[in-house]
Design a protein around this ligand. Structure first.
Ligand SMILES: Cc1cc2nc3c(=O)[nH]c(=O)nc-3n(C[C@H](O)[C@H](O)[C@H](O)COP(=O)(O)OP(=O)(O)OC[C@H]3O[C@@H](n4cnc5c(N)ncnc54)[C@H](O)[C@@H]3O)c2cc1C
Ligand code: SF4
Ligand code: SF4
Ligand code: SF4
Length: 380
């Protein structure tokens, strides 16, 4: 049974740098300073807010550089965990789609989550960096380089400028015109990732605090120890705050359902349109490489490159192989679509296949703890 808390950092600098009280940054600092973990896998801002990249941090001082939320960083970290975990102990900060990918990878024995602290973030959605910059020019009449911070609040995408001023535009207005959050984020129905140890967000929180749902035993110990060692402070939220958070979660789930109906039914591409898409495919295999779930040890496709006498499969056959291998486990992260150089709406097919599979079997990719029915570990 989850426990609800409000948390904030006890370090004034981290409180200021952090998104809502810097609780995550201080928890990570606690984990590194007390050597509970060997490293932290996280996202950090490089040149600007459009440049969020994964980092592996072992020095507690460096963790400050990761404070704050980056909404223009749809970066997936789940598939990087196995590279760093080995025999080490790690902490990782995850959006719901990362948490779902972790669930699928653990079920496939890609890594063991025993030595992993999974710190979740509520997530209303992310934006693609390049289109976001164009959107800020067109709808905000701003130079994207002048923006130093962005947030999604009260139905708006709000930006903070170098000169201290703010500007917000309604998400509905932007999305009706084809801008705003990534399409997969619009239809994403998991807004609070509960297959984690703790999950943090601003919904229902007092200004300057993080509303935290403490989920696992590991999470309970983590918070208690970080409080005891003076890294964070905590208080109990009111029933009203808990209610507000639950209400916001429901509203976002309903909105996602509306987008699913629109994108996966009403506006789903016709067979002719798919033909047109497959004709565009340049067979770069970026969609396969980036997919956190599509991860056979030996990819069927590779043998076509190892043997010159074989002709590589056409795009439709290639996607057919991918579909049979992992469509039932698609977690709608949208990474495949993000990297496709010819803009094929790939995650729509995979997610629609998972939704059909879900209806027939009850298996929810990234959430159900057991392996999918009829799953074959062949080749993995
Ligand atoms: C894209 C995004 C959308 C969000 N949407 C909501 C929402 O709709 N409702 C809500 O209640 N809360 C949402 N949050 C969570 C909220 O913004 C805060 O991150 C959370 O309350 C923790 O605050 P903090 O001060 O403790 O975090 P901090 O101490 O500032 O730490 C934030 C942590 O998040 C990590 N991070 C930043 N950007 C990303 C990213 N793109 N992907 C993965 N990790 C990242 C940082 O590396 C850092 O470790 C969202 C966060 C993100 C990143
Ligand atoms: S797919 Fe869902 S969890 Fe992932 S970034 Fe989009 S809204 Fe957030
Ligand atoms: S098929 Fe696309 S959307 Fe589905 S899990 Fe793979 S990368 Fe994510
Ligand atoms: S990323 Fe796009 S172009 Fe590349 S193989 Fe996949 S579908 Fe084809």
């Amino acid at each position: 049974m989850s426990k609800f808390l409000e948390i904030r950092s006890k370090n004034k600098d981290i409180c200021t740098l952090g998104e809502c009280g810097g609780s995550i940054t201080s928890i990570l600092q606690y984990l590194l300073e007390t050597k509970v973990v060997d490293g932290v896998l996280n996202i950090k801002k490089y040149d600007d807010i459009y440049d969020g990249v994964p980092v592996f941090i072992t020095d507690p001082k460096e963790i400050l550089e990761t404070a704050g939320s980056l909404h223009c960083a749809p970066t997936m970290v789940a598939d990087l965990i196995s590279e760093y975990l080995d025999d080490k102990k790690l902490a990782v900060v995850v959006k719901p789609c990362d948490a779902m990918a972790i669930n699928e990878l653990v079920k496939r024995n890609r890594f063991n989550s025993e030595n992993l602290f999974i710190i979740g973030l509520n997530c209303g959605g992310t934006l693609m960096p390049e289109p976001a910059q164009r959107m800020f020019e067109l709808f905000y009449d701003l130079n994207p380089e002048d923006i130093i911070k962005e947030e999604i609040d009260k139905g708006q995408i709000i930006v903070l400028l170098k000169d201290g001023t703010e500007k917000g535009v309604k998400i509905d207005e932007l999305e009706e015109k084809g801008w705003g959050r990534r399409e997969n984020c619009q239809r994403c129905e998991v807004k609070i990732p509960r297959n984690t140890d703790i999950v943090c967000g601003n919904w229902g929180a007092t200004e300057g605090w993080t509303f935290t749902e403490v989920i696992s035993e590991k999470g309970v110990k983590l918070i208690n120890d970080a409080v005891k060692d003076g890294f964070i402070e905590s208080k109990t939220p009111s029933d009203k705050q808990i209610e507000i958070r639950a209400k916001l979660e429901k509203i976002m789930e309903k909105l996602a359902d509306k987008f699913q109906k629109k994108q996966l039914n009403t506006e789903y591409p016709s067979i002719e349109k798919w033909d047109e898409y497959w004709n565009r495919c340049i067979e770069c295999y970026g969609c396969r490489d980036v997919c956190p779930i599509c991860w056979c040890n030996e990819c069927e496709i590779e043998r076509f490159f190892e043997n010159e006498s074989l002709t590589p499969p056409d795009p439709l056959t290639f996607q057919g192989v991918r579909l049979t291998h992992m469509s039932f486990s698609c977690i709608n992260c949208g990474q495949c679509e993000d990297v496709c150089p010819v803009h094929i709406p790939l995650s729509k097919i995979y997610y629609k296949a998972q939704k059909n599979y879900r209806e027939n079997t009850g298996y929810i990719a990234g959430i159900t703890d057991e392996l999918p029915p009829l799953y074959s570990p062949e080749n993995e």
